[in-house]
Structure formats: C-alpha cells, structure tokens
Write a new protein. Sequence first.
Length: 202
Amino acid sequence: MGHDHDHIHAHALPRWRAIVGYGVASLLAIATFWLEMWGQHAAHSTGLLADAFHVASDGWFYVVAAWAAFKSTENTKQSQVAKMGLMVAGGITISLGLYRLSDPALKAPTMFFVALIGLLLNIAMVVVLAKIGGSHGHSHSHQAAMSHTVADLASSVVVCLVAALAYFLPGVSSPEYVGPIGAIGIGAMLMWQGKQRDKPHH
C-alpha cells in the first residue's frame, strides 16, 4: 500500500512541476505580449506587433500543454484548440502587416529597446520549457510548445536585427518597410504551424 502511494506521488510530482512551469511561461508570455503591444504603438512597429501576436500564440500553447499535463492525457480537441489559436493569430498578423504597408513610419530607438527586452523574455521562456522537458518532455503538447517558442525566439531575433539596423544604420536601407513585410511572413508561418496540427503525431 505504501509502495503504491509512493509510486502515485512520484508520478504526480513531475506533472505538477510541469503545470507550474507552464504557468510561469504563460506569465512571461503575457508580460512580453503587453510590452510589445505597447512598443508597437509607441514605435509604430509592425515587427513588434507581429511578434506580440506570435508570443500570444505561445501562451495559447502553454495553456493547452498545462491542461494536458493536468489531465495526464492528450486528445484531438486540445490539438484543435491550439490550431484555432494559431490560425486566428496568423490571420490578424497578416491583415495588420498589409495595413501598415501603407503607413510604415517607424521610431527606431523605442523599437530597438522593446525588441531587446522581448528577446530576453523569449529566452527565459525557452529556459523554463527546457526545465519542464526533463519530466514532461515526451508529451506532444510539450514538444509543440517548445518548437513554437523556439520559432518565436527566432522571429524575435529577426525583429531585434531590424530594429538595430533602423537604429544604428538608418541611412543604409528602408527598414521601416521590413516590419510590415516581416509581419506578413510571421503571420503566414503561424497559419502554417496551425495547419501542421492536422498531421497525426507518431
């Protein structure tokens, strides 16, 4: 009886660690989202706007993964919820990117510093998920959350590079147009990731 209790407790502990980890990652995603939403308004940056919606979809994945860890199971409904979040975020990002092409004004210093802080928060999310991976890494939901966060980290690096170019080398090119075009690309990537959720896991 005592052995069974210890076995159940040992199984439940990694599950609750995973849930807490996803909660921390979700808080980081919320903080990044609102920081970049403020930044896109202040800097008139579509790149920050696209990254904000990308990180919002990260948060969606963390909620789905936390629910899967809590229920100790995964199903097609959870996958459809994740897919819906990606498709909506992708569609909004593409629409706003197209809209901003007509008015690409950019405040480079604000964009650069907000993008840099956003990048650091994205790195923190990857670290949190990596720690969860030791106890819950076999989960499809966890793998999807990790791959999506790494993709978001890559897009954050691109936004930082565009911001740095606009800030430090303003006369070299027209980086204000890169933001809207990049936003359209990020939106397309989000929708593609949503479409990939239809594929069965092996």
